[in-house]
Design a binder for this molecule. Structure first.
Ligand code: HEC
Length: 128
């Protein structure tokens, strides 16, 4: 999992402090990519409240229920069912041996970082 290693290393080494601009996730771009490519199956924030596929967890539920949601979003491309239909530019499909089980999607590594940045905006607000 080369990309996973790269993305994870990136997050570990920065420790949350700002890094080179092009390596930082962009919330607006992440939102756009998520709305375009993830809403087919996931409910994404307030964008498609009644949408998605019922058996697929909404993004806000993942953020709320999974303490390790950051890692899950940084590596979602390697987590089932995504590897079968998702490819990363320059790397290709992570599981070319599997028949695509859904309409193929191609993202860049920057897209994955951008989605991870957008995901932070779905965190439930802490009650005062
Ligand atoms: C073809 C349908 C489909 C599309 C498109 C899709 N997903 Fe998923 N995703 C799923 C399903 C189904 C699950 C639940 C898998 C499970 O729990 O075993 C899931 C789970 C996840 C999880 C949790 C993984 C885990 O191991 O906990 C994340 C994070 C995720 N998706 C992110 C995304 C992102 C980001 C996109 C858009 C770029 C996306 N997904 C597009 C079907 C899809």
């Amino acid at each position: 999992m080369r990309l996973t290693a790269v993305v994870t290393a990136l997050f570990l080494t920065t420790g949350g402090t700002p890094i080179m601009a092009e390596e930082k996730g962009n919330i607006d771009k992440g939102r756009t990519v998520a709305q375009k490519h993830c809403t087919r199956c996931h409910v994404v924030g307030k964008f498609n409240p009644g949408g998605g596929i019922s058996s697929t967890p909404s993004f806000q539920l993942l953020v709320k229920r999974r303490p390790d949601y950051k890692e899950r979003f940084e590596t979602f491309h390697a987590r089932r069912p995504h590897p079968a239909f998702l490819s990363i530019k320059g790397i290709g499909r992570l599981r070319p041996d599997l028949p695509p089980n859904a309409q193929p999607v191609e993202l860049t590594e920057q897209d994955v970082l951008n989605i991870s940045a957008f995901i932070e905006t779905l965190k439930p607000k802490k009650k005062p």
